[in-house]
Design a protein around this ligand. Structure first.
Ligand code: ZN
Length: 100
């Protein structure tokens, strides 16, 4: 059953996305949200600036922004948890108690 909140989730595990993600992060290595707050934080997530909401074209075309795992999961949430959580191989921040 596809995830209604993220119907294109399967695309994140494709080689095409992995390649794109690596190239994007190489070009935009810093988290843009942290940068706005004057912090320098390495980005680990390529975020869809405009939620793709199941739109395949938007998924591949963007626009994108580089985010760290904390900003991607929401600054408020990050504040509550108070620490950086890891990301899986697809660049998704892990939920509670992920890798260190
Ligand atoms: Zn950040």
């Amino acid at each position: 059953m596809p995830d209604p909140k993220n119907p294109l989730k399967h695309l994140y595990s494709t080689g095409r996305w992995q390649k794109f993600r690596r190239a994007y992060l190489a070009q935009h290595p810093l988290c843009v949200m942290c940068e706005q707050m004057g912090k320098v934080e390495a980005a680990t997530v390529v975020d869809h600036k405009i939620p793709h909401r199941g739109d395949v074209v938007r998924f591949w075309v963007g626009p994108f922004q580089s985010l760290c795992a904390e900003c991607h999961s929401g600054p408020k949430q990050a504040e509550e948890h108070g620490k950086v959580r890891g990301c899986d191989v697809n660049g998704w921040p892990l939920a509670e108690g992920g890798c260190k």
